[in-house]
Design a protein around this ligand. Structure first.
Ligand SMILES: NC(=O)c1ccc[n+]([C@@H]2O[C@H](COP(=O)([O-])OP(=O)(O)OC[C@H]3O[C@@H](n4cnc5c(N)ncnc54)[C@H](O)[C@@H]3O)[C@@H](O)[C@H]2O)c1
Length: 427
């Protein structure tokens, strides 16, 4: 297998999760250039991946002008510049691994699909859950016909309260108006992709959806709540206290403290507490200026008559992704966090009228196969499979053409239209 060369565009949290594969498997991947607007992150990532100074860029156009050869570009910039950067990268003839969400606009999505075909470049999307041992095993069981033809699918996504507050109440995805993505696109496009990929003997046809932001709204702030948490009389007991969540729990330091523009391990607790007195991460959760929904449901009908329903909840006591698929011969049911699921098969042999049950435990696969376990092993596995795919190995069931990778996004756009305009939307 040939060792591949990749270029990293956007050396933030996600970009480095993928580029770390070059440290995990140095005989398979090398990062040969980095494009990053932040001086600090360009230096940190440049040093981490041993990229020569001459191949560290602050501007995409500057990199493109140099015509540096590589096997693919990792585009891990933020949502709102995915389209413009991806057009430039594909026009220059590079294969690309693009972070989800691809884009918030249907015309742009279809344009990227067209451009990938026209330029004959491979465009892969970071739908990392497809690559986890958990969902891959489910997909294999469906493909083997074990549960027969899919009739219905039920999926839930419960986003843990500290994660939700850090990313979607005070964080950089809190506002559709500024980030470009609503909650469904920013978070649940993974789940929409799973639904469409697992059921890809057919395609989604009709969508309806309801959702709102009703918890994190000014009307729910307790009496006497102040603009910032640090001097609020409720700070000791409030579930959404900035000091409790961001300083004590600190679930996502790479995003909470990013604007401080200092190496994370040099930031003291005192500096964090001071920062929260005036920064958006210190704002009252009920008045943080966010506009995205904090709960939403989606119903989908597919061309073959099968159906799917999905519920997302922002702010739960524990993170959880539930799945229950009913087919003509049996069922699959489980929770991603348990690292196991049940396969039930109807048993109508002899006098019997019941079912057999088997528990599929993937915990050993998650921890044994993955060099690092972000997203249930998906962050590592996507790179492992991509490197092989770009070397000509087409055996991955998770890697599909861009045509198959956009259906989940089309469902999200339809769901947002349905919810906002109170109608059933045809895809
Ligand atoms: N696959 C997943 O499960 C998953 C999880 C979280 C986030 N994401 C997505 O990944 C993407 C990146 O998120 P993140 O949390 O890593 O963000 P981040 O802010 O940590 O990283 C983005 C980086 O891009 C840099 N950047 C911005 N504009 C640039 C430009 N013009 N040229 C070069 N660099 C530029 C920023 O300075 C930053 O370092 C987003 O689209 C996000 O929605 C995906």
């Amino acid at each position: 297998m040939k060792k591949l060369q990749a270029v990293l565009l956007g050396a933030g949290n996600r970009g480095c999760a993928y580029a770390d594969y070059s440290l995990e498997a140095p005989s398979e991947l090398e990062i040969v250039a980095i494009i990053e607007i932040s001086d600090l992150r360009l230096k940190e990532a440049g040093d981490r991946y041993s990229v020569p100074e001459s191949n560290r860029f602050k501007d995409l156009d500057e990199f493109l002008a140099k015509k540096i050869p590589c096997d693919f570009v990792i585009n891990a910039t933020m949502d709102e510049i995915h389209y413009e950067t991806s057009v430039k990268i594909m026009n220059a003839g590079y294969n690309m691994l693009l972070e989800k969400p691809i884009t918030a606009k249907k015309e742009e999505l279809l344009d990227l699909q067209r451009l990938a075909r026209e330029k004959n470049v491979k465009l892969n999307i970071c739908h990392v859950l497809r690559y986890t041992p958990y969902y891959k095993r489910i997909k294999e069981i469906i493909n083997a016909g074990t549960i027969g033809k899919i009739l219905t699918m039920e999926l839930d996504e419960h986003v843990w309260i500290a994660h939700f507050v850090d990313s979607f109440v005070r964080g950089k995805w809190k506002s559709e108006a500024t980030c470009g993505s609503g909650f469904l696109l920013a978070k649940s496009c993974h789940d929409m992709d799973l639904i469409c990929w697992l059921n890809n003997m057919t395609t989604p046809k009709k969508v309806s959806s309801f959702g709102s932001r009703s918890l994190f709204a000014k009307k729910n702030a307790p009496e006497g709540a102040t603009k910032y948490c640090y001097n609020c009389p409720h700070n000791e007991t409030c579930l959404y206290s900035a000091q409790k969540i961001h300083v004590e729990l600190d679930p996502m330091p790479f995003q909470t403290w990013m604007d401080m523009n200092k190496p994370l391990d040099t930031i003291t607790k005192e500096e964090k507490l001071e920062w929260l007195k005036s920064h958006e991460y210190g704002l009252c959760a009920y008045e943080s200026g966010g506009d995205i929904n904090d709960r939403q449901v989606i119903n989908i009908e597919f061309e073959d008559g099968s159906t799917a329903m999905f519920t997302m909840v922002g702010g739960t006591s524990k993170p959880d992704r539930f799945i229950h698929i009913c087919g003509t011969h049996g069922e699959i049911e489980g929770r991603l966090e348990d690292e196991k699921f049940i396969v039930r098969k109807f048993d109508r042999s002899g006098d019997k009228f019941g079912y057999d049950e088997e528990i599929i435990d993937v915990s050993k696969e998650v921890h044994a196969s993955a060099g690092y376990v972000g997203h249930g092993g998906g962050d590592y596995a996507i790179m492992h499979e991509l490197v092989r795919y770009l070397n000509g190995d087409n055996s991955s069931i998770s890697i599909t053409s861009i045509d198959d990778s956009i259906n989940g996004h089309l469902v999200v756009y339809a769901a947002e239209e349905s919810n906002k305009e109170e109608k059933i939307v045809r895809i």
